[in-house]
Design a protein around this ligand. Sequence first.
Ligand code: G1P
Length: 297
Amino acid sequence: MSNKDVNRPVRKAVFPVAGLGTRFLPATKVMPKEMLPLVDRPLIQHAFEEAREAGIEEFIFVSGRHKEMLEEHFDYQPELMETLESRGKLDMVERVRDSEMPEGKLFLTRQARPLGLGHAIWCAHKLVGNEPFAVMLVDDVVLADTPCLKQMIDCYADVGGNMAAVMDVPRADTAKYGVLDVESENGQVVGIKGLVEKPKPEDAPSTLSIIGRYILQPEIFEYLGQFNKGAGNEIQLTDAIAHQIGKQPVNGYRFDGTRYDCGSRLGFIQANIAFGMRDPEIGTSVCDFVKKQAGTL
Ligand code: G1P
């Protein structure tokens, strides 16, 4: 198959949001982890905005029990808007309006059982249909001048196929990631000859690891639909991508920017500081505060 067949435009993005968020209990006892705020917007909105800026037109949430707040967050809230308008808070009106989902563009499916990331993505197969799509893992937040998914889509226009965002991690951490067996390096594009999900440091073929941004071809659903179990006895997206090697282009993309693991408390706090330091209103004060705190150590 030539690359030309597999770089059709990416219009849809899948957001797997059925997970429990146990690492943030009790904060996530009632509230979905994707609603935790990074400065002034919940994590799910950061992911939505990144996808929107990359040209994504349809947003597919793979949701689960007790996650209704995520859909509601993107709704038009008439009482709130009226109150803000009557108080003349027009900047807030703008911000709230910017958080709305374009009408008819949010699609929902459910993952009833926690059978793994690959299974969550499979649950979206009807809504994705027969076209390429992006996957956004909301826990992974990337601070970058050009949003990470936009960088990937620009590269994908040339390279096509399946693509995952990658970065080097400390060898001690490979068991948290999908890790690449590297075939070739060409600037930011990394050819992949194999992928291993969550290898022990001593077994990892490299330290180059997948972070939560993917562009995938719909053929991936054929493998996912076989429900093969992999690492941790879960249906792994990494295994499905590995299965495409040799059939379609499969590449890693070394993105520009800094990734924060907002699925961990440390990463979440780091992200809040880093984003806070760049906030147009409070950034200078946050920087001053951080400097002062560092001085007290
Ligand atoms: C998932 C993927 C893994 C990837 C990681 C990035 O793992 O399975 O390949 O490296 O996201 O955050 P999870 O963090 O859901 O265990």
